[in-house]
Design a protein around this ligand. Structure first.
Ligand code: ZN
Length: 670
């Protein structure tokens, strides 16, 4: 591993921040924190922590010694000075004589020591940073160090590699006890430049940011050299390839339906690729993965163990049920040791390994599922490296349980209310503009994972970026394009819950004279394309077995035909019949089917030019045409979008039409 320290970059960052009133100490602390955070072999997703001891003015303007230490919610890779809250050293050192302290008492004491009461909570390892006297301290869960220490002879290997320079500390849970352990070990060996925490990670320290950082790189490089001397595990019998699409919807359904029958939808993040699949073909996969994670805080993302789905596993729901029973037994074995009553977490797996198909991260949100998959991939890499030296050995069950059921984590339970459509995957056709774009935005605001489908790929990407969703190229009039789009949705998120079939276009012509080709073209887009996407969505709903929602964009023309608008109104009338047919045929599958009857929405479909034409056909001014309803107000795309959301949430409504037209008696449903 190479040092990335660059004197010019460091000087530029010092110049940048000192110009904004930040001290040089803190600016360099930010610089080397980002260097550590830029390499996922050292630090991932909020892992690791760093500190610097410096002086800053207190409320009276007097310079006092402070510890700047990483705050929670920040990633080292893009940390700012505000991500390193300042705590009064005097207050932190005053705690040293206290032998034991609860987590809650420690967090309270740390908050009381902060210079800025509104800053984020400082790291749970703050006291360790304060009590080791070095000016700059770095802490990582470096992959190579974990591979060397997560072995039955990990301590002997750590002694061999590091004892000349670092103190070697047996595993204790992060927090108050660990701070005392490392403080005492460092005090006994003042020449040490860091510490190895067995089955947890590594600390290095120094007189300045560069020294601490380069010591980290040197120590991790030593561990890498030891791994390189080990023999690679050879895969003798590769697992047969399996299409992930054949696994994901069933798996998603099984994971989303709880043992009590209640549905809590989860999304998935699939990782594929030759290297990864080879890692999943370890000859002794279940032994390696029956062991706990490579470092304790991973358990909060991955649970102690993954669900392994062998290629011949046909009963996915049964495999999920067995996993949950095993997890409940693990909870029952360990919970009685706790002084406080504990609440069991969701017993479903967060990582699924499917040899031949891939590795799958599972979470309530897409972003979380991706982080879980990253952490699982790190576990795969570290375990593969450890196996080059001996059998991989994670932490004992009791230790991993204590981290998973840590009092500070338990205290967070039930506090955050998830948004109404969290975990729901929504596909919106014609999502690049008008009603489709407004609908994508409205579902995203409810916490859904939104897929923006459109044949205008650039437009779909722009909307997807704006709603933190997913752009999917799709021409709804092309069967192959629709099949590819729905496969892409399953690959990206694991399945689908709500389809908003919105894509359409207006066709005009007097019915007694119109060319049959115009009528057929309109039917192709305004009827058959709706059936094509609804059928593709329903196929996914049925494989998941947790119901689904079909929402169609109908039109007032379906109920109240306008002059010269037959080519548009006829397929839309058929679309209402299609909506009801889905309600009739798939109600028993818990699939709801509804339509929104919207009228006169200014969009790509009803352009300014068409508004002029339609108002002329009705003998009205443009303003009277657009606001020609009982409310006397133009109906906006956002109003239609809200109607789709309302229908998605209406759990006992199917076969219904919701009118969004400002009130038009002639178009009323009867
Ligand atoms: Zn740590």
């Amino acid at each position: 591993m190479q040092s990335l320290w660059n004197a010019a970059d460091a000087a530029a960052m010092v110049a940048h921040y000192t110009g904004r009133g930040v001290s040089e100490d803190l600016a360099l602390r930010v610089y080397s924190s980002r260097l550590l955070g830029s390499d996922p072999r050292l630090v991932q997703h909020g892992g690791g922590n760093t500190s610097v001891k410096t002086r800053e003015p207190d409320a009276t303007g007097t310079d006092v010694p402070v510890l700047r230490v990483k705050g929670s919610g920040w990633d080292l890779g893009d940390i700012e000075p505000a991500g390193l809250p300042a705590l009064r050293m005097e207050a932190l050192l005053a705690l040293t004589p206290v032998a034991h302290m609860s987590d809650a008492a420690m967090v309270n004491a740390l908050r009381g020591a902060m210079l800025d009461a509104s800053a984020p909570n400082p790291s749970v390892e703050t006291l360790l940073h304060a009590w080791v006297p070095a000016k700059v301290i770095d802490h990582t869960h470096a992959n190579a160090v974990l591979a060397v220490t997560d072995l039955p002879d990990g301590e002997a290997r750590a002694q061999e590699l590091f004892a000349a320079d670092l103190v070697i500390c047996p595993y204790v849970m992060p927090g108050y006890g660990l701070a005392h352990q490392v403080r005492a070990a460092a005090a006994a060996r003042p020449e040490a430049i860091g510490a190895i925490l067995l089955k947890h990670g590594i600390f290095t320290w120094g007189a300045d940011a560069r020294e601490a950082y380069e010591r980290m790189i040197a120590m991790v490089t030593r561990a890498e050299a030891m791994i390189d001397r080990g023999a690679r595990v050879v895969v003798s019998r590769p697992a047969p390839a399996r299409d992930p699409l054949a696994v994901l919807p069933e798996l998603r359904g099984a994971l989303s339906r709880g043992a009590d029958g209640a549905v809590r939808r989860m999304v998935m993040n699939l990782r594929e690729g030759a290297d990864l699949l080879e890692g999943l073909e370890h000859p002794d996969l279940s032994r390696v993965w029956s062991q706990n994670p490579v470092t304790p805080d991973h358990v909060l993302r991955t649970k102690p163990t993954p669900l392994i789905l062998p290629p011949d596993e046909a009963d996915i729901a049964g495999a999920v049920a067995r996993f949950r029973a095993d997890y409940a037994a693990y909870f029952a074995r360990n919970a009685p040791r706790s002084a406080d009553p504990l609440t069991m977490l969701d017993p479903s797996p967060r990582v699924v390994l499917a040899p031949g198909a891939g590795l799958i991260g599972v979470a309530a949100r897409a972003g979380e599922a991706a982080i879980t998959a990253d952490v699982a991939q790190t576990n795969l890499a570290v375990r593969a490296d450890a196996e080059r030296m001996g059998p991989y050995e994670g932490l004992p069950e009791a230790d991993i349980f204590d981290v998973e059921y840590w009092s500070l984590e338990q205290a967070k339970l039930g506090k955050a209310k998830p948004p109404r459509l969290a975990g729901h995957v929504v596909a919106v056709t014609g999502g690049a503009s008008g009603i489709g774009a407004a609908t994508a935005k409205a579902f995203a605001a409810e916490g859904a994972e939104v897929c923006v489908l459109d044949r205008d790929e650039a437009g779909a990407s722009a909307v997807a970026r704006a709603v933190k969703g997913h752009a999917v190229a799709c021409d709804v009039t092309d069967a192959a394009s629709v099949a590819a789009a729905f496969a892409a949705i399953v690959r990206r998120l694991g399945g689908l819950d709500i389809l908003v079939s919105n894509a359409g276009a207006a066709f005009q012509g007097r019915i007694g004279a119109v060319d049959e080709a115009v009528l057929r073209e309109s039917f192709e887009l305004n009827f058959f394309a709706h059936q094509r996407v609804a059928k593709a969505a329903t196929a996914i709903f049925l494989r998941q077995g947790i119901g689904g929602v079909l929402l169609f964009n109908a039109s007032k023309q379906a109920l109240n035909p306008g002059p010269d608008f037959g080519p548009y109104g006829l397929p839309k009338a058929a679309l209402l019949a299609l909506m009801r047919q889905y309600a009739v045929d798939h109600g028993k599958d818990d699939v709801r089917s509804n339509a929104v009857n919207a009228d006169r929405i200014r969009s790509g479909l009803l352009t300014d030019e068409m508004i002029a034409e339609r108002s002329r056909a009705r003998g009205l001014s443009e303003a009277d045409y657009m606001g020609g309803n009982l409310l006397g107000a133009e109906v906006r795309a956002e109003d239609v979008a809200q109607a789709f959301v309302t229908l998605a949430l209406a759990e006992r409504t199917t076969g219904a039409i919701l009118t969004v037209d400002g009130g038009t008696v002639a178009a009323a449903v009867r």
